[in-house]
Design a protein around this ligand. Structure first.
Ligand code: SAH
Length: 390
């Protein structure tokens, strides 16, 4: 049940290619995006291509004045600030990183707005939950009379065969309150993925950082650190009896010829050198790894690749490679697996962007992968939006 009926005015900060806007459309709330704000011209081109009537502010957010903010008269803020200051692999500059400045600027303005938004959603990487910036966000929200809930949630938790564990915060201003729970498509409570209690002291913050570091590369491990909330007893299993916990990736794939075209081919030299560290999946796989913005550019840890040969087991191939030294023969063996990159359309599908999402012709493949790597899973956000408005 969605409580609001009147059209709400949404400002989409750090709008990129519009992942949040797609989520808003999917969740069915009566809303209009009155402004999309992003400094990146390429992202804005893609955004405008898919949302021709939305007004884009091609600006550094820090250049937007309080007066301009007031004029937007927003009911909802949707924000996915730059995540590099919070990734474990980065330098973790946190609130000292220049890329965090615009977010701190928004937090500062929030407190000064005559009319503050009644609802706020923030998305970031796992790691944000242990940052000073997050503490600052929570303090600002409390001062401005918001209640909030935080989650670590991946599309994989919702039965989508893609891992993309992300931090989410949803907030509502008094007198709005959160409903006691929300049941997900997999029959689990959304609260299973909640982040319990805020870190209040520095020691506690440090401890949370260590826990987070240990869990960094494994979503399964990360889940263990998320509070377990019992399922809602009154909602019977029966309702979800037909639910398939994990869909295979087949339904997300484009119909491409079996012979891998030059466009999506992985160079033999690359396969020989990096093949064993690649995350190779088949259409029957129930999981792909997180696709980052370096996909297609770097190999290791940037996203899965697809084995087109359905009859050969990769373990067999790995075994035969053991006994071969020369690259020519190794190359021939790799060829048999018929491995290719996922297309950008397939990654968009895994992000649950709608079927009619597209890139303008002039956007290169490398740019497409970069933008998708920065974007988000719209279905996950739509579930959170529905929860926020219920
Ligand atoms: N949610 C978006 C992606 C967010 S990635 C999507 O679905 O595509 C973060 C975005 O913030 C990037 O597109 C980047 O260009 C933008 N950005 C970073 N700093 C900014 C600033 N100071 N002002 C405006 N945009 C900024």
């Amino acid at each position: 049940m969605v409580e609001q009926q009147e059209e709400v005015r949404v400002v989409e900060f750090y709008s990129g290619i519009g992942g949040m806007h797609f989520a808003l459309k999917e969740c069915g709330i009566n809303a209009t995006v009155v402004a999309a704000l992003d400094i990146n011209t390429v992202a804005n081109q893609v955004y405008q291509h898919n949302f021709p009537s939305t007004k884009i502010f091609q600006r550094n957010i820090e250049s937007i004045t309080l007066k301009e903010f007031q004029a937007l008269n927003a009911d909802v803020f949707l924000m996915s600030p730059p995540c590099q200051p919070f990734t474990r692999s980065g330098k973790q500059g946190d609130n000292e990183d220049p890329r965090t400045k615009s977010f701190l600027y928004i937090l500062n303005l929030l407190g000064r707005l005559e009319k503050q938004p009644s609802h706020i959603l923030v998305e970031n990487v796992k790691g944000f939950e242990t940052s000073e910036t997050r503490n600052h966000l929570l303090q600002t929200l409390s001062t401005c009379n918001y209640v909030y809930k935080e989650f670590l949630l991946s599309p994989y938790h919702l039965g989508i065969p893609n891992q993309r564990l992300r931090y989410f915060l949803v907030a509502k201003q008094h007198p709005h309150q959160f409903v006691s729970d929300c049941l997900l498509e997999n029959g689990h409570s959304l609260y299973k993925y909640i982040i319990e209690n805020s870190a209040s002291s520095n020691d506690e913050l440090e401890e949370r950082r260590n826990v987070s570091a240990a869990a960094e590369f494994s979503e399964e491990a990360a889940e263990k650190h998320i509070a377990e909330v019992p399922k809602v007893a009154s909602l019977s299993q029966q309702k979800f009896a037909n639910y398939l916990p994990n869909r295979t990736i087949k339904m997300y794939l484009e119909e491409l010829p079996d012979i891998v075209t030059e466009e999506h081919k992985i160079d033999e030299k690359v396969l020989i050198r990096f093949g064993k560290v690649m995350d190779i999946v088949t259409e029957e796989s129930e999981r792909t790894m997180c696709f980052t913005k370096a996909y297609f550019h770097y190999i290791e840890g940037t996203g899965s690749v697809l084995q087109m040969n359905k009859t050969l087991q990769k373990s067999e191939v790995f075994q035969s490679l053991e006994s071969i030294d020369d690259d020519l023969n190794k190359g021939e063996i790799w060829k048999k697996l018929n491995i290719r990159y996922f297309t950008s359309k397939e990654i968009a599908n895994l992000h649950h962007l709608p079927a009619d999402f597209s890139f303008p012709k002039e956007i290169t493949r490398k740019q497409q992968y970069r933008l998708l790597g920065n974007s988000l899973n719209s279905h996950v956000v739509s579930v959170l939006l529905r929860f926020m408005f219920s």
